[in-house]
Design a protein around this ligand. Structure first.
Ligand SMILES: [Zn+2]
Length: 410
């Protein structure tokens, strides 16, 4: 009956999957994703333009003046400046935010929210930013005043502390503002997930399902939280649109993130890149202020009106670092893929999921394209990895030709 395992051709098995995303669906996915490359550039430029406008029209200086009228305490002045900066910068970039976040997503059929619901979430995001940004900026400017040369290093530590507090509290206080999280129902599927978790000593007394179908149809799962709040959550799209092997494959991947401590890896990567960006800002900003400070109403780098200058330096740096951050995250994702294949033992489930994710992530990019722009392995890379695993670990592996239309199943 079955062909000998020697005859299982990884390339043919991979192709059988990739061939199921063709024609207009594939063209649409490519267009959506490739358009995203340009959005990285334009998004950075729009942000820099907003900062430049705040300087050119001396708005940042006005925000500081308002703060100085309200109080002579420096932290209050800084907090007021940061609050007004966050608010006005958000308003300036609003048309861009609405185009990329709402109209473009709608155009590709990737958003199921009405404008009001979407806008409400944006307002909540802004509210959270208005609470947190002033605290962070107050801390950073206090460090600039005390350590004019080395503040960038201390500021990196402060950002790290903010990130960790945010990660501990996020799943408990922030995420529930946007979605309902409920315990996954007991049953055979949950039992299978818990059995996989038990193999690796991963605590699985809590597995959460969240109602992301109200936002869009994309399947998704994640590990969030830190220390006492760490947990795995999957969205209702994954649970309802896909088959059991697919769900297990995704959960195996998420357990990989958990078991391989990727939270710390990601935090470490970002802090190293932030440190370099802040260092550059700490050296470039004083030069810009020496040249243009008078025109912009910015006295020196310790003046909170210099905030847009720091923001320009920092966002230009983060833009240049995009291929590095993408690649470092993609390496972690690839390791979680390998872990998940081993843990769930569902290579065909994993391949199907990779195909579904390719509905909005270009499926077969060139090698350099994948390095520069992909923060997850491409569909082709993932399917191939799954088929390689299958060739090695499954007895008498067979080429699976996915059933017609499985990508559209709701
Ligand atoms: Zn992942």
């Amino acid at each position: 009956m079955a062909a000998a395992s020697g005859s299982f051709d990884v390339e043919a098995a991979t192709r059988a999957y990739l061939d199921t995303l063709q024609g207009p669906a594939r063209a649409q996915s490519d267009a959506y994703f490739e358009g995203g490359y340009w959005l990285i550039l334009w998004g950075t430029l729009v942000g820099i333009l907003a900062d430049w406008l705040l300087l050119r029209f001396r708005l940042a200086a006005k925000f500081r003046d308002i703060g100085e009228r309200l109080s002579n305490r420096r932290w209050v002045v800084t907090g007021v400046t940061a609050l007004l900066y966050t608010l006005v910068a958000t308003i300036i970039v609003l048309p861009w935010t609405i185009y990329t976040g709402f109209f473009r997503e709608k155009q590709y059929g990737l958003l199921d929210q009405a404008f009001g619901a979407w806008g409400g979430e944006q307002l909540m995001n802004l509210g959270i930013e208005l609470l947190i940004a002033p605290l962070l900026v107050i801390a950073i400017y206090a460090l600039i005043r005390r350590a004019p040369r080395s503040w960038w290093l201390w500021a990196t530590g402060v950002i790290g502390a903010f990130m960790m507090v945010g990660m501990v509290l996020g799943p408990v206080f922030i995420a529930p503002l946007f979605n309902d999280y409920t315990e996954m129902q007991p049953g055979p599927l949950r039992d299978r997930i818990e059995a996989v978790a038990a193999k690796y000593d991963i605590p699985a007394e809590h597995i959460y399902v969240f109602d992301q179908s109200k936002q869009h149809k994309r399947i998704s799962a994640n590990v969030s939280g830190l220390g006492p709040t760490i947990r795995i959550s999957l969205n209702d799209n994954l649970l309802e649109r896909t088959s059991e092997p697919e769900i297990l494959a995704v959960m195996g991947h998420e357990m990989g993130h958990y078991k391989l401590n990727h939270v710390w890896w990601i935090v470490g990567i970002y802090l190293a890149i932030f440190a370099a960006g802040l260092f550059i800002a700490s050296r470039v900003a004083p030069m810009l202020i020496a040249r243009h400070g008078e025109r912009w109403g910015v006295r020196d780098i310790a003046d909170p009106a210099s905030l847009p200058i720091l923001a320009i330096c920092f966002s230009a740096w983060m833009f240049l670092m995009t291929p590095a951050t993408n690649s470092l995250v993609r390496i972690a994702e690839s390791k979680a893929d390998a872990f998940g294949l081993e843990a769930a033992q569902e290579p065909d489930g994993f391949a199907k999921v990779a195909m579904r994710l390719s509905e909005y992530r270009k499926i077969e990019p060139g090698p350099l394209e994948e390095v520069l722009f992909f923060d997850h392995p491409s569909g082709a890379t993932r399917v191939r990895m799954a088929m390689e695993w299958k060739a090695k670990h499954v007895k008498d592996p067979q080429v699976v030709v996915p059933e017609e239309g499985y990508l559209d199943s709701e």
